[in-house]
Ligand binder design. Structure first.
Ligand code: DX5
Ligand code: ZN
Length: 216
């Protein structure tokens, strides 16, 4: 069954522990943690110190989405702060070698690693890395803000990634992020997605369980 990863970007930070407890009780097994640096994306969210606080009060799997330039410089802090999975952006990297080194580096710390692609980056750009990845994150909006409209270009990408995974026996999970609701989530599931990220759809409602159930 598909995993649901609520994005705490849309949570109420004045009562973050309550929010984390509520999504767990409502059936989420992951937390999606969106880090924005005001440089790679035109918005600033939060860094590793809040992740560290979160890791102390929840046992949910911490899916850390780094929308930052130079992820190599900060990855240690996110690992120390409890990340279960580090996802960085292909577009933030200079060359193939740097991507491979960062994947290896995170693995050596016994943390899972994923790579994300923006809507205009083709899945083929991931070919050199697919065999080593625990997850591929397909962005279905331009990263930077919650509450945007789903871009259907993600659907073809999910399908391609699913086929490549089956043909080559790769082990990565396929995750999609941006504009996910009951309808767009269903379209992604039909293409073979493994993890649905949803921020505003879940946190802007007053019944998290109903929303999470509708995505499963
Ligand atoms: C966008 C973030 C998303 C965002 C999703 O840059 O990566 O994770 O929180 O929010 P919704 O589900 O509201 O599109
Ligand atoms: Zn995200």
């Amino acid at each position: 069954m598909v995993k649901i990863a609520p994005s705490v970007l849309s949570a109420d930070f004045t009562k973050l522990k309550e929010e984390l407890d509520s999504i767990k009780e409502a059936g989420a097994s992951w937390v999606h943690y969106d880090v924005m640096d005001g440089h790679f994306v035109p918005n600033i969210s939060f860094g590793y110190s809040i992740l560290n606080d979160i890791s102390k009060v929840t046992d949910l799997f911490l899916d850390v989405h780094l929308m930052i330039s130079q992820p190599r410089l900060y990855v240690d802090q996110f690992i120390k702060s409890g990340a279960s999975l580090i996802v960085f952006h292909l577009e933030a990297m200079n060359n193939e070698n740097d991507v491979k080194e960062l994947i290896d580096y995170v693995h050596k710390q016994n943390v899972q690693v994923g790579v994300s692609i923006k809507p205009f980056t083709p899945v083929e750009a991931l070919l050199p890395y697919l065999q080593d990845l625990d997850l591929v994150l397909v962005m279905s909006v331009e990263p930077g803000f919650g509450g945007q409209k789903f871009n259907p270009s993600a659907l073809d990408k999910i399908e391609k990634l699913k086929n490549m995974k089956e043909n080559q026996n790769y082990h990565y999970l396929i995750e999609v992020d941006g504009g996910i609701n009951e309808e767009t989530g269903l379209m992604c599931k039909e293409k073979g997605v493994d993890v649905l990220v949803a921020g505003s759809y879940i946190f802007n409602s007053d019944n998290y369980k109903e929303k999470i159930d509708s995505l499963k």
